[in-house]
Write a protein that binds this ligand. Structure first.
Ligand code: CIZ
Ligand code: SF4
Length: 302
């Protein structure tokens, strides 16, 4: 309690906001001004009158907030909170892949480093990927999609398009197995199964709904169902339970946790505000090019 009071006091003094990703620890979600997905949080960051943004998530998300709000101070409480999927592709590797396919357009998932985004034509999130594929490309365009092979596969099933893919994946979502879905369905026969498109094909094909984290939260609020089996990082169950006290949530797999998302603690958030660290910076040229890639996605928002 004392920690929370100190955080709140310093937050006011610094004119800061605290943004927390849907996968953060419950106590971090509870002190945040906004809880959401990476794009939603970055848009919040760019619209807030605050001078300082404490970004409780992983590094590429804080970078995205910085790219969209270059004049604000963006802090990450633990700079070692990386995203292994984003780190599966370097700027050098995307340049090589582009050189192998000089005619191709490049679509990147938001889970990429700023250096990779700077090399890509347009960005997408799991929530808008289908629409971006349909709207940002011509029928005959060759498309490179990086870095998530499973999101690429799922997008292919939705749009009928083939992508040149990179073999990245999320180590937390691949822990969810088709057997887990079968087992939980048997145990909770009335529950709807909702999974994230970062899950492998055997899991997405066994689900009732495949949705981004924000998509899941919106769907559940509107649904008549009372029980849900959730196939994504387990941290999101805290938000779901809080927003829907009358409904019941089961994780598809208790093993689907992201250790990087759990690196952020209340102590680190307090330290971050006290010391104004760790500041997230992106080289100017990379930042400008990555912003163009992000803007092309944002401007396609209806
Ligand atoms: O974009 C995000 O925040 C991630 C990583 C997942 C999602 O579906 O919201
Ligand atoms: Fe990256 Fe997966 Fe963790 Fe999301 S859950 S931050 S994709 S490793």
């Amino acid at each position: 309690m004392e920690l929370v009071e100190k955080i709140n006091r310093l937050k006011k003094e610094r004119n800061a906001v605290i943004l927390a990703h849907n996968y953060q620890l419950p106590e971090i979600q509870d002190i945040a001004d906004y809880v959401g997905d990476s794009l939603g949080l970055s848009l919040q960051a760019s619209q807030t009158p605050a001078d300082v943004i404490v970004f409780c998530g992983v590094y590429f998300m804080a970078e995205t907030a910085k790219i969209l709000s270059p004049d604000k101070t963006v802090l990450i409480p633990d700079p070692k909170a990386g995203c292994p999927m984003a780190d599966m592709m370097t700027a050098e590797e995307i340049r090589k892949l582009k050189a192998q396919h000089p005619e191709a357009k490049v679509l990147c998932y938001v889970n990429t480093t700023a250096g990779v985004k700077a090399e890509c034509d347009v960005c997408c999130t799991s929530g808008n990927a289908e629409r971006i594929v349909r709207e940002a490309f011509q029928k005959d365009d060759e498309i490179i999609f990086v870095p998530d092979q499973y999101l690429a596969h799922y997008l292919s099933t939705l749009t009928g398009r083939n992508f040149i893919v990179w073999k990245g994946y999320c180590p937390s979502h691949v822990k969810i197995l088709p057997e887990d879905i079968a087992k939980k369905r048997k145990r909770y026969p009335l529950a709807e199964v909702i999974v994230h498109p970062e899950c492998p094909p055997g899991v997405t094909s066994a689900a009732d709904q495949v949705l981004s984290t924000e998509g899941m939260c919106n769907y559940i609020q509107a649904s008549e169902a009372g029980e849900f089996i959730i196939g994504t990082e387990t941290g999101i169950l805290h938000r779901m339970q809080k927003e829907n006290p009358g409904k019941i949530f089961y994780p598809a797999s208790e093993r689907a946790t992201c250790p990087n998302m759990k690196r952020t603690t209340l102590e680190k958030v307090l330290w971050s505000l006290e010391e104004m660290g760790f500041e997230v910076t992106v080289p100017q040229d990379t930042m400008n090019r990555a912003r163009t890639c992000l803007r092309r996605m944002i401007e396609k928002k209806p």
